[in-house]
Design a protein around this ligand. Structure first.
Ligand SMILES: *Cc1c(COP(=O)(O)O)cnc(C)c1O
Length: 342
């Protein structure tokens, strides 16, 4: 008998819910480049309100949202301060260099959090030899730090350090709602310490595509121009915004279930000869060194039994829980991992 696949590679594998499919079919649409798609307009105003910002923009992906933000905040030759393992630095194909023409200054974070003192020291003063520091980027939750949550108080420290020097702050909040749910706080409590914020609708929230970029009215007006320039001006995009509305209204609170299952998976894995990193949200990072297998070898063995995860480094594996992973999948995964390394 064919085993069902337990796909823990990413929360991006989530498919739209029944409610989303229904909303798509029934969506009222228009040409969004003319600003005439009522469903896109509704999603953008709803997202702006949730994030406590004046305006928002529906973009095709998290990467596009981050890149439009960097393009809007910076000029060519500017410097951007980033956490050394951040998505914008690590996983966006070098786009900030290629598109915005900025140079990056990376600082090592502590579980993904930048140190305000280090940020302060890294911001350039006035000197004919220096680039202009235009932007500080944070990431919350922090993916490569294992879904680590940065508290609003930690964010405030970095925000104040930047603001003292007139530097803008962007948040890559691809999984911001995971942080909010984990702490029982509102998304706007985090977004308050930013000038712009990007959130993904298509990860744990299950929408088929799309992200939101939010900020001031003037910022979003310019961001809309950059999105068009990048080929992100979409027409009857309401069909894709409609599931985004469902994502924001129905799919946020249930992230707590993904967090609970990630903790259960971590607790089970930590009884085996694996080093399991602290779990705060829906990501479980596991070091495979003690098994003698590299991450890729370990993943090949799991795949033979239908369990899929992602390699994050030579001996580092990421498991990600999401909407389609139930309690029995966690139990089954633990059985299979035990069999594979036992
Ligand atoms: C997934 C992700 C993105 C980019 O999202 P895409 O929609 O895949 O382009 C950005 N930042 C973080 C932290 C992510 O995890």
């Amino acid at each position: 008998m064919q085993r069902p696949i337990i796909d823990l590679r990413s929360d991006t594998v989530t498919k739209p819910t029944e409610a989303m499919l229904k909303a798509m079919v029934e969506a009222e649409v228009g040409d969004d480049v003319y600003g005439e798609d009522p469903t896109v307009n509704r999603l953008e105003s709803m997202a702006a309100e949730i994030l406590g910002k004046e305006a928002a923009l529906f973009v095709t992906s998290g990467t596009q949202g981050n890149q439009v933000a960097v393009l809007t905040h910076c000029r060519s030759g500017d410097e951007v301060i980033l956490e050394a393992d951040s998505h914008i630095f690590y996983y966006e194909s070098g786009a900030v260099a290629a598109l915005a023409g900025v140079q990056t200054r990376t600082l090592p974070g502590s579980r993904g959090a930048l140190d305000p003192e280090q940020v302060k020291r890294a911001i350039r003063g006035k000197n004919i030899h220096y680039p202009r520091t235009a932007l500080v980027c944070m990431e919350n939750t922090h993916n490569r730090a294992g879904g680590a949550v940065i508290t609003p108080e930690q964010m405030r420290g970095v925000y104040q350090a930047a603001k003292e020097r007139g530097v803008a702050v962007h948040l890559d909040g691809a999984r911001l709602f995971h942080a909010a749910v984990a702490l029982g706080r509102k998304a706007e409590e985090f977004a308050r310490y930013t000038d712009s914020v990007q959130i993904c609708l298509s990860k744990g929230l299950c929408a088929p595509m799309g992200s939101i970029l939010a900020g001031s009215r003037a910022f979003i007006e310019e961001a809309r121009w950059w999105r068009k320039k990048l080929g992100g001006g979409m027409r009857q995009a309401g069909y894709m915004a409609a599931p985004g509305i469902v994502a924001l209204t129905e799919m946020v609170d249930r992230l707590a279930e993904d967090h609970r299952r990630a903790k259960e998976l971590a607790a089970g894995l930590s009884k085996l000869p694996l080093t399991v990193y602290p779990v705060e949200t829906n990501i479980v990072l596991v070091d495979t060194r003690a098994t003698g297998y590299t991450a890729v070898e370990f993943l090949d063995k799991l795949a033979a039994y239908g369990v899929r995860a992602t390699d994050f480094d030579e001996y580092l594996v990421r498991f990600t829980t999401h909407y389609h992973i139930g309690d029995s999948d966690i139990a089954e995964t633990l059985n299979i991992v035990e069999r594979v390394i036992g």
